[in-house]
Design a protein around this ligand. Structure first.
Ligand code: TUI
Length: 316
């Protein structure tokens, strides 16, 4: 049996230390329940969801899996206070946070026994949050899709591992068992993957979105919003060409945010992948087919030992 003594598996009572990234609009109860049922940790992405919609998603996930699952709270959401209240009331097993500093919400979550695992993109934030009592941290590199920091996973993970005394989960650029083995080599105790689960049967993203992800190559993504302080990795398309042109012409933050508003939903649900925002990580160039979540997770787990054996062969 693998992962019997893994700290993340013990902390969360899960079979495999594989988290599904909490993606806005497409990290739904369907996807989260499928990942949890396969032995990983499914995560509902609250994104900009109003509290009543999030509560309904949590209830669906509770109906569809008897395994632990989590919610990701996006800290830039206008509903952040209300959705935090919902996850406290629903006594979730675990909450992850992204795109900000969750320090003020940690006491209320810990009070009801919810494990708190923030996403960090720097050593400084990791250290600060560990002092507030978080249970683990997700160190997310700039290879990730969506809102990103600027340090690579390769450089960030070992520095966070050395700086904190809680388990570290690696995220950003991990797409297969080789990536998982690499993350463990850097000192991580678990991994989080978003892009791989976008191209799954259970992900509700529009087929145009999934097909564009399958067509992606290593250099297909670009980063918009570096000048606004909210850098976001997406597939380069008509929208990003307009956005980046406006950005380099010195457009105001307001003007740029107006162009970006509603564009993720336009792509994930409207299927307009020319004018919409197709958030995905750099590893998406690796994915050739849409698979059931169970197959994705089984393949990831079943191939770790051969990835490690390949490393050992190179040491002989
Ligand atoms: O949160 C993410 N990725 C996201 S959130 C998102 S929702 C969205 N929707 C429409 C437009 C824009 C965004 C899409 N993708 N990942 C976790 C993450 N957190 N990555 C980086 C960070 C981060 C960065 C800076 C966390 C904290 C931080 O500093 C906070 C501070 O106060 O020091």
């Amino acid at each position: 049996m693998m992962f019997e003594h893994n700290e993340i598996c013990k902390l969360l009572n899960i079979k495999y230390p594989i988290f599904q990234g909490g993606m806005a609009w497409i990290g739904t109860a369907e996807l989260a329940a499928a990942v949890s049922n396969a032995g990983g940790l499914g995560i509902i992405g609250a994104g900009h969801m109003p509290p009543d919609i999030l509560r309904a998603e949590i209830h669906k996930a509770k109906a569809w899996t008897d395994k632990p699952f989590g919610v990701n709270i996006m800290l830039m959401s206008p509903f952040v206070k209300e959705v935090m209240q919902v996850v406290v009331e629903e006594k979730l097993a675990v909450v992850t946070t992204g795109a900000g500093n969750p320090a003020e919400y940690i006491p209320a979550l810990k009070e009801v026994g919810t494990k708190v695992i923030p996403v960090v993109a720097s050593v400084a934030l990791a250290k600060r949050l560990v002092r507030t009592g978080v249970d683990a941290v997700i160190a997310e590199g700039t290879e990730s899709g969506g809102h990103i920091g600027d340090i690579t996973t390769m450089a960030l993970v070992p520095q966070v591992v050395d700086a904190v005394d809680v388990p570290v989960i690696a995220a950003g650029g991990i797409g297969d068992s080789r990536g998982i083995a690499a993350a463990f080599a850097l000192g991580a105790k678990g991994v989080q993957m978003g892009s791989r689960f976008v191209v799954s049967d259970e992900c509700i993203a529009h087929e145009n979105y999934k097909n564009l992800v399958l067509k992606a190559k290593d250099r297909s993504t670009v980063v918009t919003g570096r000048t606004t302080g909210h850098p976001v990795r997406v597939i380069g398309n008509k929208l990003t060409r307009e956005y980046l042109a406006l950005e380099s012409s010195g457009a105001s933050v307001e003007e740029l945010e107006k162009l970006g508003a509603g564009k993720l939903h336009l792509a994930t649900h409207g299927g307009d992948v020319d004018n919409g925002s197709v958030m995905i990580g750099q590893i998406s160039g690796m994915f050739q087919e849409i698979k059931p979540v169970q197959t994705i997770v089984d393949d990831l787990v079943n191939n770790i030992e051969s990835a490690v054996a390949a490393i050992q062969n190179n040491l002989k």
